[in-house]
Design a protein around this ligand. Structure first.
Ligand code: DOR
Ligand code: ZN
Length: 350
């Protein structure tokens, strides 16, 4: 049995850091394991301009722990009004690495998102032209579409037409959750990648309603969007992540919320995994007999897709079981980590 695992330092290609004091509390968990992270722009108000991204980036840099060289890779939030000029400025900035499509109403802080992609034609054309990736939250939002079907419908209704219209646009299908999405990313022509979260690899939708010991109850900390799916979808994601295919890479979608806003009558979507991310991925890869595939998924494929250098330096995991705390500091409140109280077999030791 492998007892220690040393990997090239990984990156997180999809992360929510929030802002202000809560950010200062969660950032160190990411910075201790990941060299870089693609930072999502869904603040209130959203990061829609290069000037806002520059200011947010400075706040993140200022909140880094002493001696940290963590590098935030910034994104812009696509709206119906994003101009081609803003896209060109983003590319020229050197610190904006993509533009995020949130279909309006799809998830947390997506109210300012895109109502109709046709309105974004000029921005998308400019992105294709300057080669700035589009990161997509891939769910349709029409009320009549079942929540569990929203990702699969997005592929046919939005993603395929979008990629036909902009065949050279680099697209990241974020936090994929279904067999359909994994198959699409594996087989589709043209430049496409996908991030996969630790929680979608670890859990199926039963986790929303049952403890690991089978006790029933609504479990808000397991609620995220796109929502956890059935077991065959989880298995398809594990197969994709461990396949060695460079189109699939690590993106935690770690999304902290105040405890009270999760444990409420209308609890918000998002799982906080930054404090245990790499250990969770290692657990999944080991269960699949594919620990040897973890380094490329975590440390190479994303950097290659984004055309950034692979990291130097390493991180080491050891087989040292530890139990996740019940909550962690989050500004003037607390955040409950995913799998609080559960034990993970792997621990980062260096
Ligand atoms: O579960 C989610 N939480 N999904 C998202 O797409 C957004 C995120 C958040 O910002 O909380
Ligand atoms: Zn996200």
């Amino acid at each position: 049995m492998t007892e220690r695992l040393t990997l090239t330092r990984p990156d997180d290609w999809h992360l929510h850091l929030r802002d202000g004091a809560p950010m200062a509390d969660v950032l160190p968990y990411t910075a201790r394991q990941f060299a870089r992270a693609i930072v999502m722009p869904n603040l209130k108000p959203p990061v829609t301009t290069v000037a806002q991204a520059a200011a947010y980036r400075q706040r993140i840099l200022a909140a880094r722990p002493p001696d940290s060289d963590f590098e935030p890779l910034m994104t812009l939030y696509l709206t119906d009004n994003t101009t081609a000029d803003e896209i060109r400025r983003a590319k020229e900035s050197g610190f904006v690495h993509g533009v995020k499509l949130y279909p309006a109403g799809a998830t947390t802080n997506s109210d300012a998102g895109v109502t109709d992609l046709a309105r974004c034609a000029r921005a998308l054309e400019a992105m294709q032209d300057v080669d700035l990736p589009l990161q997509v939250h891939g769910e349709v939002t029409r009320a009549e579409v079942d929540v569990f079907d929203r990702e699969a419908r997005f592929i046919d209704d939005v993603l395929e037409p979008l990629r036909r219209d902009f065949p050279a646009l680099r697209v990241v299908f974020e936090h994929i959750t279904t067999r359909q999405a994994a198959d699409y990313v594996r087989d589709a022509p043209g430049p496409i990648g996908a991030t996969i979260t630790a929680h979608h690899l670890l859990y199926n939708r039963n986790a929303l309603f049952l403890t690991p010991h089978g006790r029933a109850g609504v479990r808000p900390h397991y609620y995220c969007l796109p929502v956890l799916k059935r077991e065959p979808h989880r298995q398809a994601l594990v197969a994709a992540a461990t396949s060695g295919n460079p189109r699939f890479f690590l993106g935690t979608d770690s999304a902290p919320h105040p405890k009270g806003e999760k444990e409420s009558a209308c609890g918000c979507a998002g799982c906080f995994t930054a404090a245990s991310a790499l250990e969770m991925y290692a657990t999944v890869f080991e269960a699949a007999g594919a620990l040897d595939k973890l380094e490329a998924f975590a440390s190479f494929h994303g950097a290659d897709f984004y055309r950034l250098p692979r990291n130097r330096g390493t991180v080491t995991l050891a087989r040292e079981p530890w139990t996740l705390p019940s909550e962690l500091a989050f500004g003037d409140t607390a955040v409950v980590p995913l799998a609080a109280g559960e034990t993970l077999p792997w621990k980062i030791v260096a």
